[in-house]
Design a protein around this ligand. Structure first.
Ligand SMILES: [Zn+2]
Length: 223
């Protein structure tokens, strides 16, 4: 905990601790609150403060925009690969040990990366959906790529599976979880016990995968 948190005094009646988006602690206190009272409050909520600050810091890293500079890391199937700007004009972007982006295409880096991710997403999702559909006898209509930022997948009443291409940044175990989840919605259009039992029958460790996605999904933002 920083030794000198910012204190703002006002006409309020109680002391409030606020963790700002950058992780800094702000204390709102009544005009007459003593340093001792404030310190007691800090001590009492020390764990809460540490947790919130860590969360805020993590979130901050998560949302720093991609800059497409050499050494910057980009995720793919759960691994981080660093970006290397190369002289060769073709291919514009390739993954071989690291992401190699043609210097001539730097100005269009964002759309080039997006196109690359989408291509991989389509191929990988198709393969995984087919695998689970055949093995567990699911009858789906089409796979559609969405560009959703927080919704990883959905299943339409027509039997279409919508999966965001951003999911291809996550580990395969997580891709599989989202796919099995959406396939299971073909039979159960809700999150009932029956639904989760079905998911569990296919992926006995689905709970840890789901938890992982909840905690780490924000890392897979783009741009
Ligand atoms: Zn669902």
């Amino acid at each position: 905990m920083p030794s000198t948190p910012k204190i703002i005094r006002s006409k309020r009646k109680t002391i409030a601790l606020v963790i700002q988006p950058n992780g800094e602690l702000l204390i709102r206190a009544p005009k007459r609150a003593t340093r001792k009272q404030i310190d007691a409050m800090l001590k009492q909520h020390a764990n809460w403060i540490t947790k919130k600050q860590a969360k805020a810091k993590a979130a901050q890293i998560d949302f720093s925009p991609r800059q497409f500079v050499g050494g910057e890391e980009f995720p793919f199937l759960g691994e981080d690969y660093s970006l290397k700007i190369v002289k060769a004009k073709k291919p514009v972007l390739a993954l071989s040990g690291d992401f190699q982006l043609s210097e001539a295409s730097l100005g269009k880096a964002e759309s080039i990366f997006e196109r690359w991710y989408k291509g991989e997403a389509r191929a990988i999702f198709t393969e995984r959906v087919e695998f689970y559909a055949q093995k567990y006898d699911f009858d789906y209509a089409k796979i559609k790529l969405s560009s959703a930022r927080t919704r990883w997948g959905s299943c339409s009443s027509k039997g279409n599976l919508n999966l965001t291409w951003r999911l291809v940044m996550a580990p395969m175990k997580i891709v599989d979880y989202v796919i099995v989840h959406e396939l299971s919605h073909l039979r159960e259009h809700n999150h009932s016990k029956t639904f989760w039992a079905q998911v569990e029958a296919i992926l006995p460790d689905y709970k840890s995968r789901r938890k992982w996605l909840k905690g780490n999904g924000r890392r897979f933002h783009f741009p």
